[in-house]
Design a protein around this ligand. Sequence first.
Ligand code: TMP
Length: 234
Amino acid sequence: MQRLEKLYEGKAKVLYSTDDPDLLIQYFKDEATAFDGKKKGIIQQKGVLNNKISSRIFRYLEGKGIKTHFVDMPTEREMVVKRLKIIPIEVVVRNIAAGSLSKRMGVEEGTPLKETIIEFYYKSDPLGDPMINEYHIRAFGLAGEKELREMEASALKVNRILSEFFLERGIILVDFKLEFGTHKGQVLLGDEVTPDGCRLWDKDTKEKMDKDRFRRDLGNVEEAYREVLKKVME
Ligand code: TMP
């Protein structure tokens, strides 16, 4: 399958059309951004590592009954996916306080939560992805009620599946971000599931194995992504 026309270039990936109108190719780049693109850099081989990590996770989730856009990984930087009509909402799932939640609530990173938290953010680069709630989603028609309930159920199920998956490999799934879209009327998990959009901590040392190493200049970013790939392939 060939890449044809470039449809969209994002911060970490490029989307291309193919000769099949139902399928697109996601091309994974090495570019990394943080803080709404204010911080920019390159993580060597990130595109290859993230494509492999995400493909492995999508295949695993499909095997557990989660509907995703994943079709195939034909090359190291390319993923064939179903064409989605994107739902402009980022769904964040949190098991442990970290990042913006720690800041907003004034609690130390690593504070356990009594219950899993789901948050919604409006996907808009110019606005810096503001946090929204279900009322905003309905009032602005960002998603229908049925889509919203399906996204929520899928996000919670993905959390249960991946928390166990990572823990079996010595990694704590602290929080993560998912994106969804519709394809032929079905809500599918889209985008990617990689250390760019997840917080992953070593179970024993609590060492960070995700994009926080880049955001916070902790060093050994590529090494951490490589270690995540090794673990998810086990
Ligand atoms: P946060 O603590 O910065 O709100 O991030 C929560 C989780 O969502 C974390 O795993 C990183 C991920 N995330 C993204 O993938 N993209 C984003 O734009 C943001 C803000 C967070």
